[in-house]
Ligand binder design. Structure first.
Ligand SMILES: [Zn+2]
Length: 444
């Protein structure tokens, strides 16, 4: 059976890139451009979890048979689900912790909380809350750091699989530091191997080797990570890089042979096109150059960076270099799961560096740009025939102020800018994962 969803449609096309979306000038209230599609009265048709048609409603409704269904979201915006490229599935109970920068915030709030994930009961409850909140915020794909233990990590793979959700995840490897959380390198690798074998490329799931950051790993375990990456070249790798100035100083003190932070990861073979680096704020020219040459994935998290006072990401450099830029919440240092709020902070951070990070560029980085960076754009990131039906329905009218602001909206860019500037979970009317309705806002 097919289902048609009618509404305004906005999606990027394969022609969009990070760089070519800067400077697009719309020529009328609602424009079509080869880099994106906007349909005022459009529709998508979904069958068995995939998009089978997209177009003007009147053009494609004839494809429905008597037994098919139609869902009317007229006036609302149907757009791809958001991709949160950096978040911690273990930190929900520690959100909104007061008054610390990165290293003391980890010691005081995060590490003690993560110990709770040794209990299946606590982990299950927190995961269910987390997923509910993600869907409520319109996020359909995550790259997530999981607990260090096999059972704690396996459980979230199991739950996301139940929702048919696309996710890139891995057990957080910690072999140095807090004694209640660390595991020895060999045990960590056995856990990684077991999770990779069970879940990598199972349904919509992918495995990411996840050394937390260089400070939480011994030389020996970094060496084991290198061996893992060499023997599992299709796995992702995710870690943190150059988030905080004290973190950088401590890293260089711990690995004195390294000329900069990136070299620590380079030595252990962790800098490649499936490597997702969280934050990347304080990079030297040389690090920018080496990272873009290696085609790594940048996962910047402006809300977290502001929350922890970490610093301002150089969006101008990322755009200039056409870097594989993605956006993340860094939940729960980022104190929201809303990618609309993340887009808003990205704009403000860029402004603090006197750079206009344009609306389309930010929407792209939270959808198709992220999918392309993760090499998942054959499946997700835009609304195109053959792709998986991960989409959301936004209802700007649900926010009275936004609704009023849109009365004087003058073109598509202004419309999208206002939605990302004033929108949050209140305007997410519905979320669909692989064609299934996983969230409906009862007040819309
Ligand atoms: Zn993080």
């Amino acid at each position: 059976m097919k289902t048609l969803y009618r509404g305004k449609i906005f999606t990027f096309t394969t022609k969009a890139t990070l760089s070519n979306l800067q400077g697009v000038v719309p020529d009328s209230l609602f424009v079509n451009d080869e880099k994106f599609i906007f349909l005022r009265d459009g529709a998508i048709i979904v069958e068995s979890g995939k998009i089978v048609a997209i177009g003007d409603y009147l053009d494609i409704k004839s494809q429905l048979q008597a037994e098919d269904k139609e869902v009317d979201y007229s006036g609302k915006l149907i757009t791809p689900g958001f991709i949160d490229s950096h978040m911690h599935a273990t930190q929900t109970s520690a959100v909104s912790a007061y008054g610390e920068k990165l290293l003391t915030w980890l010691d005081n709030y995060i590490f003690p909380g993560e110990v709770a994930f040794n209990s299946e009961q606590s982990a299950r409850r927190e995961y269910e809350i987390l997923l509910k909140q993600l869907f409520k915020n319109g996020t359909t794909t995550i790259c997530a750091y999981l607990p260090s233990s096999y059972d704690g990590a396996d459980l979230l793979f199991e739950i996301t699989d139940k929702y048919k959700m696309r996710a890139v995840m891995g057990n957080t490897i910690m072999t140095d530091g807090n004694p209640k959380l660390i595991t020895d390198g060999e045990t960590s690798m056995l856990i990684s191997e077991k999770l990779y074998n069970k879940w990598h490329k199972t349904n919509r799931l992918s495995y990411a080797l996840t050394p937390r950051f260089a400070l939480s790993c011994t030389d020996e375990s970094m060496g084991l990570c290198k061996e893992f990456v060499e023997s599992h070249s299709d796995a992702y790798m995710q870690t943190h890089l150059c988030e905080n100035v004290n973190e950088i100083q401590d890293t260089l003190a711990k690995f004195p042979w390294a000329k900069d932070y990136l070299e620590v990861y380079e030595k252990y073979g962790l800098v490649h096109d499936k490597s997702i680096f969280g934050h990347c704020i304080h990079l030297s020219d040389s690090e920018w150059k080496r990272m873009t040459e290696a085609e790594v994935i940048f996962a910047n998290c402006p809300i977290s960076n502001n929350y922890l006072g970490s610093g301002l990401f150089r969006y101008d450099e990322a755009v200039k270099r056409n870097a594989k830029l993605t956006l993340g919440t860094d939940w729960a240092a980022g104190n929201t799961l809303s990618m609309l709020r993340v887009m808003d902070d990205a704009y403000k951070v860029a402004m603090l560096n006197s750079f206009k990070l344009e609306t389309l560029t930010r929407w792209y980085s939270a959808t198709l740009g992220s999918a392309k960076a993760l090499a998942l754009d054959d499946y997700i990131g835009s609304l195109e025939v053959g792709k998986e039906a991960d989409f959301i329905v936004l209802d700007p009218e649900a926010n009275e102020l936004l609704n009023y602001r849109l009365e004087s909206s003058y073109d598509l860019l202004d419309y999208l800018f206002s939605v990302s500037s004033l929108g949050d979970d209140r305007i997410v009317a519905a979320t669909y994962v692989y064609g299934d309705n996983v969230y409906t806002n009862s007040s819309n």
